[in-house]
Design a protein around this ligand. Structure first.
Ligand SMILES: [Zn+2]
Length: 113
């Protein structure tokens, strides 16, 4: 019996072929993910994920930046940023463009007995 279409698509996806054809001509960062060293703290594998970063200057939260390509340790969760990404975040934080969304959040000191 011939195998089903879904399972052959999954097999192609595992080999990377189907994924590459989906992203061809799309966002270039998707098919050219950055490479990361193993985690400095635990030696775990580090893979790239899109994360949300609270961008701070000292104690002050300057802006929240979404869709940041970040190396994340699969074992301990430590995050690693490449130099080009850090530069892009600095530029984004200084941007005078209208933000996508503006958040207003309550801030309260912790009272512990
Ligand atoms: Zn780690």
């Amino acid at each position: 019996m011939a195998e089903s279409g879904a399972s052959s698509i999954r097999r192609l996806a595992r080999r990377g072929k189907y994924v590459l054809s989906i992203h061809a001509g799309g966002e270039k960062n998707r098919d050219m993910k950055r490479r990361y060293h193993k985690c400095h703290f635990c030696g775990g594998e580090v893979s790239e994920q899109q994360v949300t970063v609270d961008y701070r200057w000292g104690e002050d939260l300057i802006t929240v930046i979404t869709e940041v390509p970040t190396g994340v340790c699969e074992a301990c969760g430590e995050q690693y940023f490449k130099a080009d990404v850090i530069k892009a975040m600095e530029k984004t934080a200084r941007s005078k463009r209208k933000p996508h969304t503006v958040l207003q959040v309550p801030v309260r000191p912790l009272k512990v007995a």
